[in-house]
Each structure stands twice: as structure tokens, then as C-alpha cells.
Design a protein around this ligand. Sequence first.
Ligand SMILES: C[S@@+](CC[C@H](N)C(=O)[O-])C[C@H]1O[C@@H](n2cnc3c(N)ncnc32)[C@H](O)[C@@H]1O
Length: 406
Amino acid sequence: MRAIELFCGAGGLSIGLKQAGIEVVHAVDAWIAAVKIYSENVGAASIADLNDIKKIAPFLFDLRPDLIAGGPPCQDYSSAGKRLEGERADLTTAYGMLISIVRPKWLLMENVPGVLNSRAWRYASAMLRHAGYGLTIQKLDAARYGVGQTRERLIVVGCLDEANGFLTDSLMAAALPRLTCARDILGPTVGDTFYVHPRHMYKRRVWPSGDPAPTVRSTYARRMPPDYELIASDAHSESSPTELTRDQVSALQGFPACFDWSAVRVSDRDRMVANAVPVPLARAIGTVIMDRERGVSQPVLERQYTEWLLARGMAQSTIDDMRTKTNRARRMLGGRIFADTAVEIAALEGMTSFKELPVKTQSALRVSLRTHARFREECLEKNGAPGGGIKSPTEPVRGLSRRPRG
Ligand SMILES: C[S@@+](CC[C@H](N)C(=O)[O-])C[C@H]1O[C@@H](n2cnc3c(N)ncnc32)[C@H](O)[C@@H]1O
């Protein structure tokens, strides 16, 4: 699978995708220092302003990507930001526009959960749906994916012609049974507790290494003031808290120990590290995408499907048979859930393994897919669950007035 990363920064997302077996053929960022670091450590990258859609779209198109990945700048939506949508938020819309033009089979977007309430995302998601993408929209905590840090991020995975929510259960199934803690990543050198410079003065600064570390930010590696006195919410231990080195902070984000940061100023390094998608999280998402692409994973049939069939007066034995047949048909389709049932049935009918089945079985498999499609339409799509309840944009675009009607 050929991928491009937009807004690549130092390349946390690309490194994880590469580890999942995805070929990242190119990356783009407007920040010269980031492109330098990315090129030296990860792969080919260009400096460009991704607002310049007219110039960028043909460039991306020529690279023939199967996947476009990226985390547009999120300061405008993050709880750390001012929550006012500005120029940076427009880049989320630009991201949606570029994908809608180039139309790779897959898309992946990472952002803070707050993006869901933004006008920029409403436009981007409406355009993506209009371009034919089914979207899986899921909030994930990196600590559940092998990252020694609590970091909640919104992950959007899209695939052309797929139904909304097509990858939700696979993303959830990829989560580890327990949270990864700071000591799992940093080893015993981190001691019992460690110091993290807070954003707000009176917040906790000393953390137990047996828990996930707090979200990595650019101020993380600041030194502990010599006269600092522990407050009630700080973790206490007999030894003094460890002050993390920059290499330890990079490790918490999953950057490999061999990553060479020497070409940038430490303040730039701190920003790039804090901006990154943690590598193990990116790897886990990349693996989920590759497994579906190869047809080795398939969506779990919803529990509510049984209830829905029961409510239609179906006997339990018929329901069991219907579920078995739906799973069988889905397996034959390589785990895909097509947004359009007619296309789904046509895809099934085109398969040699289907053509070899007795006519009666063929017809039962068709019925099972059609029935499940009806269930999805009535129960899931209507409730907005798989797609994350995204609404169409209703507000006018900033700087442009809507032409009066009539
Ligand atoms: C959240 S970071 C991405 C981090 C990256 N995904 C990673 O895993 O390391 C967002 C990036 O968007 C870049 N950026 C901001 N404005 C841009 C623009 N107009 N065009 C291209 N890149 C831009 C920033 O330089 C920054 O590196």
C-alpha cells in the first residue's frame, strides 16, 4: 500500500505506518525544520503550504497513493488552544478537499477530539462523504495501544465505497487489555516518580512511573525548580522525582532511540515531539488498515442485530443461521461492508467461490447481506453511531457571504 503523509512534522505517524508494512512514498509540511528532520530520518519529504490546493493536488495525484494520512494542525480545537477557528482550522478543510480531489482508496486523519465540533471538520467530512468515503470516527487513548502516556486523540479512517463505521470494532479490538505505563517504556531509570512541567502553575507535577505519563507537550522536558515543594496531588516517594531527558520524552512518543535530532534547535525538537502521533499508536492503526486491506480481518456482527431480528419475529435458530451466513458472506468479501448494497451483492456474485456454491446457498447469502444492510440503515446510520453523528455544514464560510436566495 502506497501512502503519503500530509502535515508530517517529524514523522511519528509515518514511522508507525511504515512499521505496519505501509510504504510511505512522500510527505509534506510547511515547516522547513520538520521537513529536514523527516528527510534525514524517515524518507522523502517536500516543503509546501497545503493551503495551496491548486498546486498540491496534481503533485499528490501523480504519486498515485492508496492512502493519504495526516494530522492537520489542531491548536484551534485543542483544550490548550483558544477554541476560535482560524486559519489553521481551514487546513482541516483543505485536507478534506485534497483527499476528495485525489481520491486514494484509504484516508487517515488524526486530530484532537474537539475537531468534531468545528465548522472546518463539518465541511471536510461532508466533502469526504460526498466523494464516496465511508468513515470510521473513533476516539482512542494511546495508552491502550502500547504508548506509555495518556493521550486521547480522534482517529478518522476512511475507505472508498465503504459503510460508515466499517473499522470501529477492529480499532477497538487492537487495544491492549491494560494501560501502558511510563516505566514500561522508560525502564527502571525513570525511578518511582518523575517531574513534568505543567501548563498551569498549581497542577500536579510529579507523576508515578507505574501509571501512564500525562500527555506529552512541548514544555515537558523543563527542569524542576530547585525550590519546588510537592503539593497534595503530586505522587510521593522516598527518592526525589526523576527529571526526564529529551531522549526519554521522545521515547514516550515512541520515536526510536536512533532518531537523529541534532539538526534542529531543542525548542523545535520539543514542538515536533509534542506534535507527533505516538509511533505505537500509528503502527496499531496501520496494522488494522492493512489487515482489512488484505481481507484478514472482518467486522464483528453487532449484538443489536440479534435484537433487531428478534423484534421482527424471527426464531432464534433462524437468527443463528442468518448470523452465520452474514459472517460467511462478509468473509468472502474480505471483510468489506459496502455502502451500497447493490454493489455489495454484485461484488459477491463476481467471486468464483460464490459462483461455485449451490443456488440455494447463493440466495441465502444474498438475503443475509440485504437483511444486514437494512439493519444498518435503520439502526446504525440513523442513530449516527458508526459515523459519529456528523452533521452537514450549515454555517457560511468565514470571509464569504452566502448569496441571498430568491
Ligand atoms: C500536528 S503536527 C503533525 C505531526 C505529525 N503527524 C507527526 O506524527 O509527527 C501538524 C504539522 O502541520 C504543519 N503545518 C502547519 N501549517 C501548515 C501548512 N499551511 N501547510 C503544510 N503544513 C503545515 C506544522 O508545521 C506541523 O508540523
